[in-house]
Design a binder for this molecule. Structure first.
Ligand code: IMP
Ligand code: MG
Length: 184
């Protein structure tokens, strides 16, 4: 059972919903009158993305990128590969990357560099979660849901080895769940 590997619920459904509503309002104010493209980073951002766009009160376009970082399931290597690129051009448009977690910052750094080379009018980032303790590169989200301590978390779209994404809350995974798999 997936739930047996959950150590604690870190963010409840209602805590997340309240924060996402605030972020949506802020983004709506800041981008009023602008041509805004929200870029969801698959797969981890799916829940955050679909909740957030319904709290943004201005017209937006949506698009997605899928990236994978080479490395084990719980450790990123910093080498990022694009699995799916944007469908639409972003030159001259205001782009907001919607990401699940900023951890070491390597993935976001790669994404920002890549998208900036396409000459958007502006490029900012909204992240649901930030783990500042693990940062390897000086990079911040412009809009942030929650800053959290250094735990491996799952749920609300976020996985461990493709599991736990459908949990409606963000939870701390019991370290035994990945330590036992790492030894296999
Ligand atoms: P970074 O490149 O180290 O910042 O890693 C960012 C990506 O690693 C996130 O978008 C997640 O997909 C994944 N990640 C980082 N921390 C966690 C976690 O606690 N649980 C699940 N995935 C994570
Ligand atoms: Mg991700």
């Amino acid at each position: 059972m997936e739930k047996d590997s959950i150590q604690a619920v870190l963010l409840t459904e209602s805590q997340i919903a309240e924060r996402v509503e605030q972020l949506g309002k802020q983004i709506s104010q800041d981008y009023q009158g602008n041509d805004l493209v929200l870029v969801g980073i698959l797969k981890g951002a799916i829940c955050f993305f679909s909740d957030l766009i319904r709290q943004v009160e201005i017209p937006v376009n949506i698009d997605f990128m899928a990236v994978s970082s080479y490395g084990s399931a719980s450790q990123t290597s910093g080498v990022v590969k694009i699995l799916k690129d944007l469908d639409m051009p972003i030159e001259g448009r205001h782009v907001l990357i919607v990401e699940d977690i900023v951890d070491t910052g390597l993935t976001l750094n790669y994404l920002k560099t890549n998208l900036l080379s396409r000459n958007p009018a502006s490029l900012k980032v909204v992240a649901l979660l930030d783990k500042p303790d693990r940062r390897q590169i000086d990079i911040q989200a412009d809009y942030l849901g929650f800053s959290i301590p250094d735990h491996f978390v799952v749920g609300y779209g976020i996985d461990y080895a493709e599991q736990y994404r459908s949990l409606p809350y963000v939870a701390i995974l019991d370290p035994a769940a990945y330590q036992s798999q790492a030894k296999e």
